[in-house]
Design a binder for this molecule. Structure first.
Ligand code: ATP
Length: 246
């Protein structure tokens, strides 16, 4: 499987089961939204996908590379945008990306070419010489996405990447990443608790209390309902308590 594969992955914190035999595949070039309310297990899954945590229960593979057996090869095929911002605000956009490229063994002309291509993809090349501190939240996030693409990964993971952004920036980032997926054959896993970030053609992976409740395209699953109503009905969660989380 060249995209992303998660096969019967479980994880517990002491007695607390955070993930219970979670399985799903994302085919190459697909955008998959990992949707779940707070506490569903999204961050735990991301920690396992990025090897911050390890588990003996289940298997993860990235672009055909098994995370347990060949972690370096698997991680090399992956780009990650974490929930908390990780730019160095005192460096320029280009310097932030150059440092990251060097960590991946890229330098000189090759690095410059890849950095320019990534900045072009996110439409921020014109600002490459500015310090990250001078950018607004949306442009900082775009810089982080560009940085995650510098080493030309096959799979891009984003953990609630629009947290803290205003509505316009949120929509712009969501559209940019959908376009990357469609035009560059990138496999995307986008964790969110916001239903308006999921498009009808997207693959939907619904996580609730550590279990996958449903998988399929968003349009197929929600039918005539809004995605929010579909999800609330499926989880049988009281609307008032989840309105804020979704
Ligand atoms: N260090 C920990 N010790 C014990 N329980 C934990 C720990 N971290 C998370 N949990 C629990 O595991 C479950 C999954 O948490 P996780 O953070 O992965 O969910 P999430 O979907 O990412 O939620 P959020 O959007 O709030 O980050 C929750 O019930 C949470 O309370």
């Amino acid at each position: 499987m060249q995209g992303l594969s998660v096969d019967r992955v479980s994880y517990r914190y002491g007695d607390k089961v955070a993930l219970d035999a979670v399985s799903f595949d994302v085919a190459p070039g697909r955008f998959a939204a990992l949707l779940g309310p707070n506490g569903a297990g999204k961050s735990t899954l991301f920690s396992l996908l990025t090897r911050l945590f390890t588990t003996g229960d289940g298997r993860i593979s990235i672009a055909g590379q098994d995370m347990g057996r060949t972690p370096r090869a698997a991680l090399a095929r992956m780009g990650v945008v974490f929930q908390s911002p990780t730019l160095d605000l005192d460096l320029t956009i280009r310097q932030n990306l150059s440092y990251f490229a060097a960590l991946h063994g890229l330098s000189g002309r090759d690095a410059r070419r890849r950095i320019d291509a990534a900045l072009d993809r996110l439409e921020i090349r014109a600002r490459a010489g500015e310090k990250a501190r001078n950018l607004n939240g949306g442009h900082r996030r775009r810089t982080e996405i560009a940085r995650a693409l510098v080493h030309d990964p096959s799979v891009l993971l984003l953990d609630e990447p629009t947290v803290g952004l205003d509505a316009a920036a949120r929509q712009s980032i969501t559209e940019h990443v959908h376009r990357l997926c469609a035009e560059d054959n990138l496999t995307v896993l986008w964790a969110t608790h916001l239903t308006d970030e999921v498009y009808d053609d997207d693959q939907l992976v619904l996580l609730h209390q550590g279990r996958i409740l449903a998988g399929g395209t968003c349009a197929e699953l929600r039918g005539d309902k809004s995605l929010k109503d579909y999800f609330l009905d499926l989880t049988q969660m009281p609307r008032q308590s989840t309105e804020a989380a979704l």
